[in-house]
Write a protein that binds this ligand. Structure first.
Ligand code: UDP
Length: 247
């Protein structure tokens, strides 16, 4: 891909894995993917070599796939290895987690064995607040905290399940099981709700469909080794998806 030339404006926001820069047009921002990795609410810190490059490319592929399947996203185009041009939106302070198989914090809460298939996909909400460790909230608590309007909460939960139903078969064709993932949404200036943030092995659990080998950030969380190799493996299976790509 030839790099596009878009001038980076001032740094607007720096998160754990990405930076957000102003773009020449106020309706847009440039999102830069970093190699920094954190886990357990920032307690564990490290770097995964080239993670930013892989996640930028993977996220772009997933956003193109979702856009072409009718899910509006903040994604506009990938500019180069680390940067993508996105719509400038106002993030809703909720994380929407979808689970197909028990893992992570659900296993801790329920005592179920990791890998237990759930009877149907489940949706959870957490309130975005690092100081409180992104607590799990009910829809009613999200409302009480003023996170979003009731109809917007219903809408993002439905969109999250739609994303799940698009990603699962796409990934299974590539021998990947989508165990669970986290999404974020935001409002455009026109009031439309769009999918935002990223979709990558940082924010999803991907298991090899045949062996259940973990190919995601759990390798970093649990010091399993082969972290970069796992991210590369996911990238090689997903590839640079474009609307014209063979399904
Ligand atoms: N997740 C995330 N960011 C967070 C919390 C969770 O991207 O701040 C993702 C995580 O990678 C997994 C899913 O959401 O794919 C469910 O995570 P879980 O609640 O099991 O928490 P964890 O075990 O990651 O602490």
């Amino acid at each position: 891909m030839t790099d596009k030339h878009i001038e980076l404006g001032k740094l607007l926001y720096e998160g754990k894995a990405k930076q957000v820069y102003a773009a020449p047009n106020q309706d847009l921002v440039i999102i830069r993917y970093k190699d920094d990795a954190t886990a357990f609410n920032g307690e564990k810190k490290g770097q995964i070599e080239d993670k930013g490059i892989i996640n930028n490319k993977l996220s772009a592929s997933f956003f193109r796939l979702l856009e072409s399947s009718g899910v509006p996203t903040h994604f506009v185009t990938r500019i180069n290895d680390r940067d993508q041009l996105c719509r400038n939106i106002k993030i809703i302070p909720l994380e929407v987690i979808v689970r197909n198989v028990a893992a992570g914090s659900l296993v801790k809460r329920t005592g179920q064995a990791e890998g237990t298939e759930l009877p149907e996909p489940m949706v959870e909400l957490t309130y975005k607040d690092d100081a409180q460790g992104d607590p799990l909230v009910t829809k009613e608590e999200a409302l009480a905290r003023g996170a979003a309007k009731p109809e917007d909460i219903d809408h993002i939960c439905k969109m999250a399940l739609q994303v799940n139903s698009i990603l699962c078969p796409f990934l299974l064709k590539r021998k990947l099981k989508l165990i669970d993932f986290k999404l974020e949404f935001g409002h455009t200036d026109e009031g439309q709700i769009v999918l935002a943030d990223e979709i990558s092995p940082d924010t999803c659990r991907f298991w090899d469909a045949d062996t259940n080998e973990k190919l995601d950030k759990d390798r970093f969380r649990r010091d399993m080794g082969g972290v970069k190799e796992a991210y590369i493996e996911v990238w090689e299976r997903v590839g640079d998806y474009h609307v014209t790509s063979a399904e």
